[in-house]
Structure formats: structure tokens, C-alpha cells
Design a protein around this ligand. Sequence first.
Ligand code: NAD
Length: 358
Amino acid sequence: MKILAVLYNGFKAAKAEPRLLGTVENELGLRPYLESLGHEFYVTSDKEGPQSEFQKHIVDADILITTPFHPGYLTRPIMEKAKNLKLCVTAGVGSDHVDINAAVDHKIQVLEVTGSNVTSVAEHVVMSILNLVRNFVPAHEMIERGEWQVSDIARNAFDLEGKTVGTIGAGRIGYRVLQRLVPFDCKELLYFDYASLSAEREQAVGARRINDLQEFVSKCDVVTVNAPLHDGTRGLINKKLLSHFKKGAWLVNTARGAICEADDVAEALKSGHLNGYAGDVWNVQPAPKDHPWRQMKNPLGGGNGMTPHYSGTTLDAQARYAAGTKTILQNYFEGKPQNPADVIVGVGKVESASYGQR
Ligand code: NAD
């Protein structure tokens, strides 16, 4: 079989650090395994446009492997050219780079290494909330500039204790965020999700579900987004919904960039309606140099906690998603059943309940 992987270039870092498995150089550690079985394995980072290596090789590939960090966007028109394609494996979590509905129509299975980096992301979310609420980034930048003016930082620094925090999506990541927030003694922990947590799980973290999204955001000092990108979440956080946020709220989105309207968020931050925005996901990736989220600031010159997409690709996470990718391939080659939680799209059917209510 021909297996195509779209990964990001690790350059010097990948040569020096073999645990950077999600890179073109280190190939998820899969080459010896795949070649021992006689498969052809092609790895590239070149993924944009009809002349890209991705679009050239997808035409006769049987399996596509890609990461959400540097996704090969598998649109319906590209799928139509990919006559042999039967399986897409996401080395990580979040398969929105594949047109799920088109995959159903083309009987292409979509699997991901469910759970492989959810703790990594939950930790990043809690860090980002604290960074914003405590006004950390401007404080650090001041120190680097050689200055010292505590009042300029403290005028916009708060405690997380006593604040209301809510997650949009209370699945693997959202729930882990709630768990990690328990010791901070927040005023309330809320969630918005069409799938309710069990009473035991709600009680374990002291969280309350709010069914109306406008009401939910209007109660939160901090909103964190932990739902997949699908038709029901694309552009969910826009000018209209932002107008229902508390003035001075903080927003953290490590789910997917396209869940937020980029210009509406930048405008809300600039006006001070949002006090801060942090996350690591962008629509599209790599983010263009002039993306408004790179430079956006609140009226006091802070409130930006953006990073490149790395929360779910710590070295610990890479070990897990590389191993999980191999297991999915092994199951596929040997005709063994897959872990049901890994199956986003089975043959001709969406299997995951997380990609919208169907
Ligand atoms: P999960 O499937 O365990 O949970 C997702 C939850 O979102 C589910 O409970 C689902 O019901 C809920 N949901 C779906 N649509 C919703 C909607 N319209 N409104 C409210 N809730 C909704 O997934 P997970 O493992 O928690 O991951 C969530 C997402 O996080 C992934 O799909 C991916 O996009 C993103 N992610 C990002 C990184 C990163 O590195 N930044 C890494 C892993 C995952």
C-alpha cells in the first residue's frame, strides 16, 4: 500500500531531539515498521495548493496520516481525486481537517488517537487562564524591557479564586479542565454541551450545565472552548455571541481557530469588551504573518496569550500519538477491530457523537 504522511518540518530541533516524532524528519517512528511490511511510505510537509506534494501523492495513496498541528486539509474535491484512499489517521485529536461528510460519502474511514493529548491540552488551558487573569505576559515583557512599574501590571491583575469559569464542551479535555480548576475555589464551574455529564461526574467537579449558550457566556468571567470544529461550532463565537459575554471576560480557545470569528475577537479585545484571548489554534495553520491574533491587544496593551499550535504536542503527547497511530495501522493491516473511541468516521457512517448532533 502507499501511505502518505503530512507532517511539519522539525529542521535542526528534530535532528537533535528524536522524541519530536510528529515531524517530517522523525516520521512518527513509522518507517521501519511500514517498510518491513513492504509498504511505500511518503512523508512531506508541502501541503498547500494543487502543485503541492500532498495533492500530487494523495491521488494514489491508500492511507493518509496527518497531524492537526500541520494538517493536510482533505476537502471533498481532493477526496474525489484520491481514488485509492480508504483510511485517514489523525496523529493526535481533532479530525476537522477532513471533510467528515465527504468521507462518509466516499466510504473513507477517519480515525484519531483519541485521548492521546487531552491532558496536555487541559494543562495548557489552565495555564492560559492563569496567564490572562493574572496579566502575566505584559509583566514578563516589562521585565525583559528592563522596566519595573508594578502598578501598570497590577491594575489589570486578578485572582482566579471567586471567578466563574465555563467550558463549551465537557468531553475529555473540557472535563479535565474542570477537574484541574477545582482547587482554585472558583465561584462556579459551568459547562455548555449537548451531551450532559452524569450526575456523579458533575458532582465530582461541582459543575453545573447551562443549556442556553447566551445565558452561559453571560454568567462566565472565563470561557474556555473545548468542542470539536464542525458545522455546529464553526464561527460560533462571533460578534453577536461576544456581545453577551461579560465586559472584561477572558476567552481561551485551544479547540480550533475557526470556532471563533478572528476579526470579531480582535475587535472585542481592542475595545476592552474582552480583557484577554489566549489559545494555540488558528484558522488556517501555519497562521499568516499578518493574522490579527498575533498582535491584538486590550486597551492596556495586554491580554494576548497566543502561541503556535503546540499544546497537544508536548514530547509526552507525541510519544502517545505516535504509538496510537501505529496501533491503528496495525489493526487495519491485520483486520482487527479498532478501539471504538478512535473511530470518527466508520465505513459510510459518522461514529463519533462529538461532531455535532446528527
Ligand atoms: P471529546 O470528543 O472528548 O469532547 C468534545 C465534547 O464537545 C463532547 O462532549 C461534545 O458533545 C462536545 N460538543 C460538540 N459540539 C458541541 C457544541 N456545538 N456545543 C457544545 N459542546 C459540543 O473531544 P476532546 O478530546 O475533549 O477534544 C475536543 C477538541 O479539542 C478536539 O476535537 C480538537 O479540536 C481540540 N484539540 C486541540 C488540541 C490542541 O493541541 N490544541 C489537541 C487535542 C484536541
